[in-house]
Design a protein around this ligand. Structure first.
Ligand SMILES: [Zn+2]
Length: 142
């Protein structure tokens, strides 16, 4: 059993992209901005609309579900990659339009299908330097 005391609850790896929605940091929603001029929605931080350059942006929750748009199987990971190799890097399209890159877990490579429904899953990554552990977002089959 993993030891997860309350005082060590993971924090979002990036509050501009992931908002934690429960007490033990096992659930969350992606966040971004929607343009009030043209309704274009982006994942993550923005100061102006990429489509019409309006600065009339509204912070929005983007939820925790999407569909697999594309993926690649990574056999040579970036330096410091903490997980298994090879791993699946999925490009997932959200219902609002933006796409989100993250690892796809809990799925055999042969079972991956373009267009399959996926949902967010959070995993705790131990932090370095005494900081709080980080909750990172990944995709899994929905
Ligand atoms: Zn716009």
């Amino acid at each position: 059993m993993p030891d997860m005391p309350d005082s060590d609850t993971p924090v979002s790896v990036d509050p501009n992209r992931l908002k934690i929605t429960n007490d033990d940091s096992s659930e969350g929603t992606l966040v971004g901005f929607r343009c009030n001029e043209c309704s274009t929605t982006v994942f993550g931080p923005a100061v102006f609309c990429q489509s019409c350059t309006s600065t009339d942006l509204e912070a929005v929750d983007l939820g925790a579900k999407g569909t697999l748009f594309s993926y690649t199987i990574v056999r040579i990971p970036p330096a410091g990659w903490p997980g298994d190799v090879p791993y699946v890097l999925g490009q997932v399209e959200l219902p609002q339009g933006p796409q989100v890159l993250a690892e796809v877990v809990d799925c055999e490579h042969d079972d991956l299908k373009i267009g399959m429904a996926v949902e967010l899953t959070l995993q705790a990554v131990p932090a370095e330097n005494g900081e709080a552990d980080k909750a990172v977002y990944k995709w899994r089959p929905a």
